[in-house]
Design a protein around this ligand. Structure first.
Ligand SMILES: C[S@@+](CC[C@H](N)C(=O)[O-])C[C@H]1O[C@@H](n2cnc3c(N)ncnc32)[C@H](O)[C@@H]1O
Length: 445
């Protein structure tokens, strides 16, 4: 087929041969997807958002494999960067080539028995990037890695971020706050998170639900009053009665919130930073309260509504900034307030490994400022004798104990209610739960 405007055949440039797209179910395809996601995170986007976007076009095993590669590469990003600093003489021209190497290095570490396949598939993926000009570099870097692995591991371990897979500033803060436990906290932050269910006790007992899990071949152990810790994570589609509201996915540490708030039937409750609504739903499952759920993010408010609707629960859900009470408070005091404030999420970093690398140290002071503003505005809306539960999923004291101590120093009408025999509860991430902080305050006058 020719058109009138085409040059004569003899003068046409020879066509650029583009590399074939890797097969849809190949490791090369998964490496391409994962490296695109990691490159997007390097450019400042959140991994959850990027993966959700990719999931619209990609189904099946490649998607699961790509997610594992992206999470794995980001968990050990500091290590991968330390290794590449030795192996690459200069940065690669396309960020995705660099992230392809990070994903392939993770795969070489997690599946050493597949080393030849991993190198071949990474080269096949590189054929579709930068006109295929860097296939040789990718091949050379990965083969050098395999040859020099012991020395490279030793070099990476010489840098804190290479040894502990967290940014240096983050590690310094952990060391300062937890001189004895910082290594355990960092190690937990690098692992796979547990999957825990919250049984909706309004619909049946935990024993009944565990029997349903058993029948479905899903092994779990009970924790606390309503939690079941799964031996292995499963898709929510596999959970009996999930779509009928018999159960929710919620970390056990997060389940402490509704229990500590202890809202009673008929009370007025404010959930000031509610989305996506895990704790809102738990409060409502425990007692028939009159609940107002706020969140500044209107899109996330929809998630609260979807969660409540799945569970057959009702609350007033409002998109509003908790710091602007004129927008949401009718002047009637609340008996209970949950302030699950925005924070660094340093206690749940294994669920969001991108956050370690996206955060800057200066963000911590910024979070602390917003937390303080939210607390100051919420306090006057609490009834005398009422209780406010301050919560974060952080392990940094600036957002937790220091925030609450400063609040108590400013407010003579506030007193602490002890938790588990202590002034406050700082949960550190471990095999049974994520890192959370709770302080329970009562208004005395
Ligand atoms: C830790 S998350 C809350 C998790 C939620 N309580 C749950 O258990 O599902 C913090 C939430 O605070 C919201 N947020 C941040 N700043 C806010 C503000 N000024 N007012 C209200 N909500 C805010 C964020 O959009 C985010 O959804």
């Amino acid at each position: 087929m020719s058109s009138r405007n085409s040059p004569p055949a003899s003068r046409r440039p020879s066509p650029v041969r583009s590399a074939p797209e890797p097969a849809p179910d190949s490791l090369a395809r998964a490496l391409l997807l994962a490296s695109a996601a990691v490159a997007a995170v390097q450019a400042g986007r959140s991994l959850t958002e990027v993966l959700a976007q990719q999931a619209k076009g990609e189904l099946g095993p490649t998607r699961a494999q790509a997610q594992d590669l992206a999470y794995g590469a980001l968990r050990r990003y500091g290590w991968g960067e330390a290794v590449l600093a030795v192996l690459l003489q200069k940065p690669l021209p396309e960020p995705q080539l660099q992230s392809l190497l990070l994903c392939a290095l993770y795969r070489l570490e997690s599946r050493p028995e597949q080393s030849h396949t991993v190198v071949d598939q990474a080269v096949a993926a590189a054929a579709t990037l930068a006109k295929g000009n860097f296939r040789g570099v990718i091949n050379g870097v990965l083969r050098s890695y395999l040859r020099q692995r012991p020395e490279l591991l030793a070099r990476a371990a010489g840098k804190p971020s290479g040894a502990w897979w967290h940014p240096d500033w983050w590690l310094s803060r952990l060391r300062r706050a937890y001189p004895r436990d910082w290594e355990t906290i960092a190690t937990a932050g690098n692992g796979q998170p547990p999957m825990t269910l919250r049984v909706n006790l309004a619909r049946g007992s935990r024993e009944e639900y565990q029997a349903r899990l058993d029948a479905a071949g899903i092994a779990a152990v009970p924790l606390g009053s309503a939690a079941l810790l799964l031996q292995k994570p499963v898709s929510v589609d596999a959970l009996p009665g999930f779509f009928d509201g018999f159960v929710s996915v919620q970390d056990w540490g997060a389940q402490r919130a509704a229990e500590l708030l202890d809202a009673r039937a008929g009370q007025r409750v404010l959930d000031a930073c509610a989305a996506p609504g895990g704790k809102t739903a738990h409060i409502l499952e425990r007692a028939g309260v009159d609940l107002l759920a706020l969140d500044v993010d209107g899109l996330r408010c929809r998630r609260v509504e979807e969660n409540l609707s799945r569970l057959g629960l009702r609350a007033a859900v409002r998109a509003a900034d908790a710091r602007c009470p004129d927008d949401w408070w009718d002047g009637r005091p609340f008996d209970r307030i949950l302030a699950d404030v925005p924070c660094s999420a340093s206690g749940v970093v294994r669920r969001h490994p991108d956050s370690k690398w996206l955060r800057r140290e200066t963000d911590i002071a910024q979070f602390a400022r917003v937390q303080r503003q939210i607390l100051e505005v919420l306090w006057p809306t609490l009834a005398v004798g009422g209780r406010l539960l301050y919560a974060t999923c952080s392990v940094f004291p600036e957002e937790n104990s220091q925030q609450v101590s400063a609040f108590l120093a400013r407010h003579g009408d506030a007193r602490r209610i002890g938790i588990d025999g202590a002034d406050e509860l700082q949960l550190l991430p471990g095999s049974e739960h994520d890192g959370f902080y709770y302080a329970l305050l009562e208004k005395t006058a």
